[in-house]
Design a protein around this ligand. Structure first.
Ligand code: PSU
Ligand code: MN
Length: 302
């Protein structure tokens, strides 16, 4: 059995050495409401194409790991929403062996991207160390994946539903470089600043591509976090978003939401509490990341 089903376009692009950008699907099924999720997924794909690369949205369909989806397949993931299992590394064997569908997280999308030979991946935000992890042990499998799988992830940082400081400590322990694109500060997803520094600031896609090539040529396996702050005009008010996140976290605690359900719960709650303003910011920053990822993939392909 072929490990990953590549769409014909992605297969050709990879064979010809053209730039490809991997995209995740948990954000489609669990990160945004229908139909905005489908519109956004298609718009992000268009953004990658406009920047000169091919988009490979990843998912598990009928038990097959897939890179490069058709429009009806993206619609299926968007319409299915919560009914499509959220699939991280530990979920892959069950879904594959049962012939089921899965919406892939950052961790499982990295796995598919690596198997397919796609070194660059764009998303909104990565998972991380949750607030209160000292007692809950809730640390996203995304971080462990970044430690071992050689795919660069372009994101807008980490939402402060998580503990940003502990997330950066964890990445340091596991040898994952955190690079700021045109910034010295690690961004906090909805806002450009967190008060925490990145490891290194790099100002061009070519510099980032050079760093990745150095890392992997030296046999230093694992990924890198490329933090791309949300554009100024779409940034949210830091105090407003902090208050909303605090309220969402209280709701989660009151309703005893745990495990894989917590991140989707918090995302939906934040969106309700901001009246859709956070969703608009989310959509903008994903496209912004897709463009940078396409530029990095292009520089890597040269
Ligand atoms: N953070 C976001 N938006 C998202 C996610 C995280 O701002 O959509 C999704 C991603 O797919 C990420 C996953 O990989 O949630 C992390 O889930 P968990 O914390 O359960 O590992
Ligand atoms: Mn978790």
């Amino acid at each position: 059995m072929q490990q990953v089903r590549l769409s014909p376009v992605i297969q050709t692009a990879l064979r010809e050495g053209r730039p490809v950008v991997a995209l995740e699907s948990t954000i489609i099924s669990h990160g945004m409401p229908f139909p905005k999720n489908v519109e956004t997924a298609l718009h992000v794909e268009q953004t990658v194409r406009a920047a000169g690369a091919e988009p490979a949205t990843c998912a598990i369909l009928g038990g097959q790991l897939c890179a490069g989806l058709s429009v009806p397949e993206i619609e299926h993931l968007g319409r299915g929403g919560q009914a499509i299992p959220k699939a991280s590394r530990r979920d892959i064997p069950y879904l594959a062996s049962q012939g089921l569908d899965g919406a892939t997280t950052v961790a499982s999308t990295m796995i598919i991207a690596q198997l397919a030979g796609i070194p660059v991946f764009a998303t909104g935000g990565i998972g991380g160390v949750h607030r209160g992890a000292a007692t809950t042990f809730d640390i996203s499998a995304d971080l462990q994946e970044l430690a071992q799988t050689s795919v660069a992830v372009v994101c807008a940082g980490v939402k402060s539903i998580l503990d940003l400081g502990l997330t950066l400590e964890y990445l340091e322990t596991h040898g994952v470089p955190v690079l700021g694109f045109q910034t010295d500060e690690f961004p906090a997803f909805y806002t450009r600043k967190s008060g925490l520094p990145v490891d290194y600031r790099l100002d061009s896609p070519a510099d980032i591509a050079r760093l990745l090539r150095s890392k992997w040529t030296l046999g230093l396996r694992g990924g890198a976090v490329i933090a791309n702050p949300v554009p100024e005009t779409f940034q949210m008010d830091p105090q407003q978003i902090e208050a909303v996140i605090a309220a969402a976290l209280e709701d989660a605690e009151r309703q005893h939401i745990k495990g894989k359900a917590i991140t989707p719960f918090l995302l939906a709650r934040i969106e309700q509490l901001t009246g859709g303003q956070s969703l608009a910011t989310n959509i903008e920053l994903v496209c912004h990341n897709a463009r940078l990822a396409a530029e990095i993939a292009t520089a890597l392909a040269l």
